[in-house]
Structure formats: C-alpha cells, structure tokens
Design a protein around this ligand. Structure first.
Ligand code: GLN
Length: 252
C-alpha cells in the first residue's frame, strides 16, 4: 500500500480562512485511492529532516504571525526546505506562506520581514488590500486548461523575477500584484498562490496534480493516480463561478 506524508508547517500560526482544508483535500483524495496518509504538524522549534515529508503545506497569516515564524523558517528550517524545493519535493503554499518563500516581504509601513529566498520573487505591501472572489486559468498540461476559483485577501504585491513562472493567470481578481495578470508561482514542484478558502477542495485537478507529482517522486515516473469521484467539487465550483459572475447564489 502506498503512503504519503504531508507536512503542515506552522499550523498554529499560519491558518487563515480554513487553509487547513487544503491538507484535508490532499488526505481525502489519497484515502479515496487507498493511499495511506500521515499528517505531521511542524511548527517553530520542531525538527525537520529531508525525506521526512512527501508534500509540504504552508498556509496564510497576518503580518504579525509572519514576523513570529520568520526566524525559525529562515535560520532553522531554511537550509532543509531549500534543499527539498531544489530536489523536487512538492510544496503548496498560500498567501503569507507563499510570500515567505520569496526574497523579502516589506510591510506597507516599511518594516521588512526576512524571507527564505528559495525562489526569485519579492513582496511589497500597500495600504489598500486586495479582497476578492477570484477566477483563474490553470494550464494543467499542454492541452488542458482548467478554470479554478478562489478567494484573496492580501496587502502584499508580489513581483516574480525574470523567467520565474506564475502558477496561474488571473481571470478575475488581482493575483500577484494587480498589474501583470499573474497569479502565484510555480518552481519545480513548488506552488504558491494568493488563494485561500480553501483552494484545493474547490479545484480537485490541482489536488490530484500535487498528489501525482509526490507519488511519482516516491514510487517512480510510471506511477499514475487512478481516477476517483470528485464528490461534488466540480458542481460546487460551477455554482461558485455563477455566483461570481452574477452575484446570485446557485442551488446545486
Ligand atoms: N500578511 C500578508 C498580506 O497581507 C498575507 C495575508 C494572508 O495570508 N491573507 O499580504
């Protein structure tokens, strides 16, 4: 029986808008396929060794919470996380957690939070927050593009370095910075997004992509996930899309 170990980083500090639902979606869609799941909570002061986890998740948080975990992330766990990212461990990071993998986050009052610098991007806060239901296009592969829904609430504007790939394109909402139409980052098997609430339960194609990437890395390139029911997730997403377009709630 295959097994997947999910590391939930700083769950006591970074967990806005039910971000933990992303971990539950990964677990539920694994269990539907009889894949054993272990969830490890990893916070300030906890040990981390390369090989401890197959998927890492970091949720969003307020600036004050990002200030609390920054030292532990950068100085203690940093070298191991950077090496995991470089060697292709799957990471899914949301909002504050996404910002923390970049070079720095300058709060809107000018205070700088040191970040990991694992990927080439930086974030600068502005007074006006971007608060929106969001719609994105995600290229699942060369032929398939998926319309994903989410929710954003951030003061940070993130700018990707030259040649760094966004995760998705913005259809509705502000995405990374409200200017260039990019949303999040994709670097090797690490994904970052501004979307909370909870992104993976609403967008099962992305959940399955993360699981398949992690399982291929563990069990070999010829490992494929078997298809399973999406348990109403796609109908829920359709209803959310209609609500976003029309402002009217839909029955599903
Ligand atoms: N504190 C960060 C910002 O406001 C991240 C917020 C969040 O995770 N929602 O940009």
């Amino acid at each position: 029986m295959e097994k997947i170990v999910i590391g939930h980083f700083y769950p006591d500090l970074l967990n806005l808008y039910g971000d933990r639902g992303n971990v539950l979606a990964l677990a539920v869609r694994s269990k539907l396929r009889d894949i054993e799941v272990e969830i490890k909570n990893i916070s300030v002061g906890d040990d981390l060794k390369e090989g401890d986890i197959d998927i890492g998740f970091i949720g969003g948080g307020q600036d004050s919470e990002q200030n609390i975990m920054s030292d532990d992330l950068v100085k203690v766990k940093g070298p191991v996380i950077k090496s995991m990212i470089e060697s292709g461990t799957v990471f899914f990071t949301v909002c504050g957690g996404y910002q923390m993998l970049g070079k720095y986050y300058k709060e809107h009052d000018g205070k700088v939070i040191e970040c990991l610098g694992a990927i080439d991007y930086y974030t600068e806060g502005e007074k006006e927050r971007f608060i929106n239901d969001t719609v994105y296009n995600f290229d699942l592969d060369e032929k398939t593009s998926v319309t994903c829904v989410g929710f954003e609430n951030h003061s940070g504007r993130t700018y990707l370095g030259e040649g760094v790939m966004p995760f998705m394109k913005v259809v509705k909402g502000h995405g990374n910075n409200g200017k260039d139409g990019t949303e999040g980052v994709r670097y090797k098997n690490t994904f970052g997004t501004y979307s909370h609430g909870s992104f993976l339960p609403k967008n099962p194609e992305v959940t399955d992509l993360l699981l398949e990437l992690a399982l291929k890395r563990k069990y070999g390139e010829d490992y494929f996930l078997k298809p399973v029911d999406d348990l109403g997730a796609k109908e829920a997403r359709e209803a959310a899309l209609k609500y976003i377009e029309t402002g009217k709630e839909q029955m599903i």
